[in-house]
Design a protein around this ligand. Structure first.
Ligand code: NAP
Length: 505
């Protein structure tokens, strides 16, 4: 099954084009022409989403669950075509696209069962106490309600699971919020075929067409107009610090500021505790090499920084890791821009004082090979620039003097999506000292694993203090992600007939 994109935007059930275009830049096959988005399309999509909200926001949980499951079915029905266009556009291997498709449909179905369960509504009831002195207590009920139209930015590094029908879209639709997606230019054909799947599910389930629109990019005009549109009530974003911060600032500067749920990057430090390093340094080194280079290092959870005590075990670890990483050939990156940014990030790290390159490889154009650097705890503590994310398979080993300096390095960290401890039983005391610091730094703390796999589940947090995310109370992966698009409302002494259906009875 092949798919030939027509290059149009989906605006509330209609495929439309503007008079401007841009070209896709696939790794294989020919470039295709796509219509460029503009502020007028954003306005049409946002108005349709607002109109849809008055219906969709009042659908039953069963109706929305059936809709989410229908989207998953429609994506599965287009499975091979999605993989074909996704691999051509992004350079990601077939197996990755297939796995990501399973994750995408899996999270749609997970949200369907999550809303059917109903616990997310967080219903509370303070029963009236008419005889309470000195004042009677009224009857108060609380329930979570959907917030209105939500904007979602497709992420370059997850063409399916964090894009058109990805986690943000699934969470918002599950909550009862219509969605306007800004497709990522790195995979416009993939965005189109997935939008087509959502469109088919809308028709099958008889949903209001304004419940979903997808607008291609082509310029910053679309993103800027979307986050500033007065009918948009929240934004989901995964991408760069620079882009995310610019859009966050626009949200904060609106006459009615809105929440911007941005995930802006992380270096995901791994603390290599001494006993574990001595017992199994070699296995840890090859494990790290695999995690660092998975998907050309283009994961928000890529473990880019190691913190380890200087000494023989650390030297041996780095030798083994460099040997393993030296054998990893060039890997295709998502875009030419991301590959250029990777190499310029390498140059920035190399130019910092106290930093030494320990693996020097060569890559060009849209390819990446691993780069590894080492530095001292003193140099790290003196220079915050060493903690900035370089998106791709770049590793920085921070050799600390002793475990006291390891703690200092932990305290110096910016907010992270993850922090990892590699530890054995003899490291427990040091682990206990690190934990209170790491809890303040990261959304997820792991022991003896690698952070690159993010389970989509009930207990997952994919977020963390700024700049890992712009809202530390939120997650963009797992069922708790629905909370971002809900607002608690209290109903005091309201007759049953006026209450939301889920509170009646
Ligand atoms: P990006 O540059 O942040 O762009 C993400 C989205 O935001 C795109 O749709 C982009 O629109 C839009 N955008 C960015 N700045 C904007 C602005 N000032 N006004 C309006 N819209 C704006 O991220 P990217 O394109 O995915 O990749 C670039 C870099 O992001 C990578 O090199 C990497 O450093 C980082 N990244 C990090 C993660 C992570 O998980 N930490 C994931 C992906 C990327 P356009 O398409 O029109 O440019």
């Amino acid at each position: 099954m092949t798919f030939e994109p027509h290059g149009k935007h989906l605006i509330a059930g209609d495929w439309v084009a503007t008079d401007k275009t841009f070209q896709s830049v696939p790794v294989t096959g020919e470039a295709k022409t796509f219509s460029a988005g503009n502020a007028d399309l954003v306005d049409r999509a946002a108005k349709a989403a607002e109109e849809a909200f008055w219906v969709y926001g009042y659908t039953t949980r069963d109706e929305r669950a059936a809709f989410l499951n229908a989207i998953a079915d429609e994506i599965e029905a287009r499975g091979e075509a999605i993989t074909a266009i996704g691999t051509a556009e992004t350079g990601l291997p077939e197996g990755r696209l297939q796995g990501e498709r399973g994750r995408t449909t899996g999270q749609l179905r997970l949200f369907a069962s999550h809303i059917q369960d109903g616990a997310y509504l967080d219903k509370r009831h303070d029963v009236a106490l008419p005889d309470r002195a000195p004042l009677p207590r009224p009857d108060i009920k609380l329930i979570e309600r959907p917030i209105g139209p939500v904007a979602v930015f497709g992420a370059s590094n997850f063409p399916l699971a964090f894009s058109t029908a990805g986690g943000d879209t699934a969470a918002a639709l599950a909550a009862g919020c219509p969605v306007v997606v800004k497709g990522h230019e790195a995979h416009p054909g993939t965005a189109e075929i997935v939008a087509e799947a959502i469109h088919a599910a809308i028709e099958k389930c008889g949903m209001h067409p304004g419940v979903f629109s997808m607008i291609h990019g082509g310029s910053y005009e679309v993103g800027g107009a979307l986050v500033q549109h007065p009918l948009i009530k929240a934004v989901g974003f995964t991408g760069s610090f620079r882009g995310g911060k610019a859009l966050f600032d626009l949200c904060a500067q609106r006459p009615e500021p809105i929440p911007f749920f941005g995930e802006l990057g992380s270096v995901n430090p791994m603390f290599m505790l001494p006993e574990a390093m001595s017992a199994r340094g070699d296995a840890l080194a090859t494990g790290w090499a695999g995690s660092l280079t998975m998907g050309a290092g283009q994961f928000c959870t890529n473990p880019g920084v190691l913190v380890m005590v200087d000494g023989d075990d650390t030297d041996k670890f780095l030798e083994t890791a460099v040997e393993a990483l030296g054998k990893v050939g060039p890997q295709t990156m998502l875009t030419n821009g991301i590959a250029d940014a990777y190499r310029s990030g390498r140059d920035t790290i190399a130019a910092q004082s106290g930093v030494q390159e320990i693996l020097n490889t060569t890559s060009d154009q849209r390819n990446a090979t691993p780069f590894v650097f080492e530095t001292t705890g003193d140099a790290w503590l003196a220079n915050p620039a060493l903690g900035h994310e370089v998106f791709g398979p770049l590793g920085l080993a921070v050799k600390v003097k002793d475990t006291a300096q390891m703690l200092e390095v932990a305290r110096s960290l910016d907010g992270q999506l993850t922090c990892t401890l590699h530890m054995d039983d003899g490291d427990t005391e040091l682990g206990q000292k690190l934990m209170p610091v790491l809890e303040r730094k990261a959304g997820r703390i792991l022991a003896n694993g690698f952070p690159t796999g993010v389970e989509v589940s009930e207990a997952m947090v994919h977020g963390g203090p700024f700049p890992a995310s712009t809202n530390f109370g939120a997650t963009s992966v797992g069922t708790m992600a629905i909370r971002r698009f809900l607002r608690p409302v209290s109903y005091q002494n309201l007759p049953d007939a006026l209450l939301p259906v889920d509170l009646q009875g």
